[in-house]
Design a protein. Structure first.
Length: 334
């Protein structure tokens, strides 16, 4: 029988609110580790983070890790689970079997106990592993496990979740309420005491003051450019600010001032003004040969630059073979 379909009753089962809190705590512990906060997670989970490319071999966050932190929980979770599924091959499990178990979670009922003994041995191991992700709740020695809201949402698209009524979303993805207010002068007020949220904000904000429940900073060109160099795009920064806007900020449209949005996009454009391209420099001693190749380069749009004295031209790498081939076919003009 299918263990996801056959729910059983036990005397004391965790409430939906408790499971939601457990999922949130487990997931945030993982993110805390990435930003360097002291937290305890298993070596197996650390290996998954390294395998995914979010941490390097020394446990430091990579450029890909910076990008990962600004994505929504749904995307983050599947990024790690897919990497985890691939690592299960080393333990003799088929990826299709592991992914099938993930999808079963999406059809489970949050708060109902499921018999662990009905699972194959390989899936029982997965229950222990998924507990660290916050997907399932299971105490050592107990015969049942419970799917959390995070696990149930594995097969639900993030756009569908956001489109649901607030009542339906109450116990869905474990996210924090909005906490960021951005002013037109680029000053940022973050009503939070979470080290993780403060760290995320510091990726593109110069922090100035820190009070018990409030952090004040300013979005600066230097901090934004540093984030861009770490692989974070301007759009990701804006998406994060909008997704985490304080309820008061959400009353205005858009929740982040347009002047701030435009400036962040312009700071990104500054980095894109220079385009690197491989090219070849050709020098000539024969004027007729130079004129023939110059016309050919102009006609085929491979010419980047040229000068008459001395006779030189710069062409893109892809067009080098064509020019050199023509020179070999007519060596009399060399």
């Amino acid at each position: 029988c299918d263990p996801v379909e056959d729910a059983v009753e036990e005397d004391e089962t965790p409430t939906v609110a408790y499971l939601s809190e457990f999922a949130s705590h487990s997931w945030n512990s993982l993110l805390d580790l990435m930003v360097g906060t002291e937290t305890k997670i298993s070596d197996n989970l650390v290996r998954v983070l390294v395998k995914t490319g979010l941490l390097d071999s020394e446990g430091l966050m990579t450029n890909r890790g910076f990008q990962f932190l600004l994505r929504d929980t749904f995307s983050q979770l599947w990024t790690l689970l897919l990497s985890f599924a691939q690592s299960c091959e080393d333990r003799g499990m088929a990826i299709a079997d592991v992914l099938g178990f993930f999808f079963q979670m999406g059809y489970a009922s949050v708060g109902k106990p499921y018999k662990k003994s009905l699972l194959p041995e390989s899936h029982q191991t997965l229950v222990r592993d998924l507990r660290e992700f916050g997907v399932v709740f299971h105490k050592d020695g107990e015969s049942c496990f419970y799917v959390t809201p995070l696990g149930r949402d594995l097969t639900t698209s993030i756009s569908f979740i956001r489109a649901e009524p607030v009542v339906e979303r109450k116990h869905r993805l474990p996210t924090h309420p909005g906490y960021i207010i951005v002013e037109t002068n680029f000053r940022v007020y973050a009503y939070t005491s979470s080290p993780l949220q403060v760290k995320l904000l510091s990726l593109f904000t110069a922090l100035q003051y820190r009070l018990p429940n409030l952090v004040v900073g300013k979005i600066t060109r230097a901090r934004v450019r540093e984030s861009l160099e770490n692989g974070i795009s301007a759009q990701q920064i804006l998406d994060y600010l909008i997704a985490n806007a304080h309820p008061e900020a959400q009353k205005r449209v858009p929740p982040v001032p347009e002047a701030v949005c435009d400036q962040i996009m312009l700071w990104e454009e500054e980095r894109n003004r220079i385009k690197m391209q491989e090219c070849t420099v050709l020098s000539y001693s024969n004027e007729e040969r130079f004129k023939i190749d110059l016309k050919r380069a102009q006609d085929t749009q491979i010419l980047l630059w040229h000068q008459q004295e001395p006779q030189k031209m710069l062409i893109i790498e892809e067009g080098t073979r064509d020019i050199l081939q023509r020179k070999r076919e007519n060596p009399a003009l060399e």
